[in-house]
Write a protein that binds this ligand. Sequence first.
Ligand code: GLU
Length: 483
Amino acid sequence: MTEVRVRFAPSPTGKLHIGGARTAIYNWAYARATGGKFILRIEDTDPERSTQENIDLIVRAMRWLGLDWDEGPEVGGPYGPYLQTQRFDTYSEALAKLDANGSAYPCFCTAEQNEMRREAIQNDGLAAHPDPCRCMGCEERQQRMAAGEPYVWRLKVPQDRGMITVHDAVHGDVDFDAALQDDMIIVRSDGSPTYNFAVVCDDVNMEMTHIIRGDDHFSNTPRQILVYEALGYPTPVFAHIPMICGPDGKKLSKRHGAASVEEYRDLGYLADGLFNYLALLGWAPDGETTVFSRDEMAQRFSLDRLSKNPASLDPEKLDWMNGQYIQMMGAQEFAQLLLPQLQAAGYQVEDAEQVARMYPLVAERVKLVNQAVPMLAYLFEDEVAFDEKSVAKILQKEGAGAKTNLEKVAAVLADCPWDCAGIEAAMRGVVDELGVKVKFVFQPVRVAVTGSQVSPPLCESMELLPREVVIARIERAAQVAVD
Ligand code: GLU
């Protein structure tokens, strides 16, 4: 069997959109699953919108997602260069081939002539109005070229071509009538190739076997098939994947908030979580598994499990997925991500070890790493602000004995062992000694130490704070509290 060769071919006109990232993931996974090659090709022929900065952003975003490519920018490869702007000689060669085999012709029609022809075609069909330059004799052509008349190159669509069937691995067979395809421009008057021409030349020269891309390109496919045929190259297998929609069912865009990989990264999403979530937008290993690693995907990916239906981005599910990865990632890795965020919030952090000890407090409570910053603020602030509601409901609840209980706890904490078990035993001792309900002791202490009645686990938090800080907070709360 021929080796599978697939590519991701972004136009570097901006950041890496998550739709593009998903296309890249599927191509990567297909290459890995089949032992083939994954190629990154930069389609930078739009001089106004393609920039080196955007190329760098795309490459970095792909690396961050954990993708690697066998050929392309940074890694090179035998089919290079991998930037379209560096491949113009290959387009000229392809054009020469099409000219020689009669599949392309120069068209000298002016914009006005083209417009008139378009109108005529609308009235009585394409067949009645073929491009007049289609059958121009050699002599006339040479004369007009020599006279410096501007011209474009068009593909000569065979008149008897009939139906063009796109065999698509996702959508099945879809027919397009070749008789309705006008002779498309393949090279502009300035000598630059059009998208449909350059993309096929590259896919041919790079020996692509499968084209997996967004179905916004589906309508280009019959035209591209005509170029493959003119070049005498077998058409690859196409797999057009449905667009990603926002929760409102409309095509995902800026209106829906974050749209690029970078933005998700900056919002605190993890590469593993975002990768897994994007992979699921249109593909699933089976009917059940939702959480899987890159390696698992690389083993299990197949085109026949790609979905035909548009996938919609569900922010809640993405958050859930990210939360799963926070729970799986472990304290050390978490600390590396949280440490700079705590520092950015202005907190005095000793080192990553200190942050790693906080991981169990929040691992199951946050969906995004940065949500841990406000949740852990009480571990860094000198004096916590007591949340008003908690003061009214817990510290100042008449008959709950908060004041006495806090004073008692402050006293016993002065010489208990300073770890979670020691702290808990000391507080339970107060419960027993006073014969009160557990919550009447623990809840006021929670408000005193964390500022709120809702917080990460109490004794685990207390052991991370210095004893004198905890006692000072409890004494301060006791002054506000009533019995
Ligand atoms: N450069 C095109 C894009 O960014 C992709 C072309 C293709 O995959 O065939 O939309």
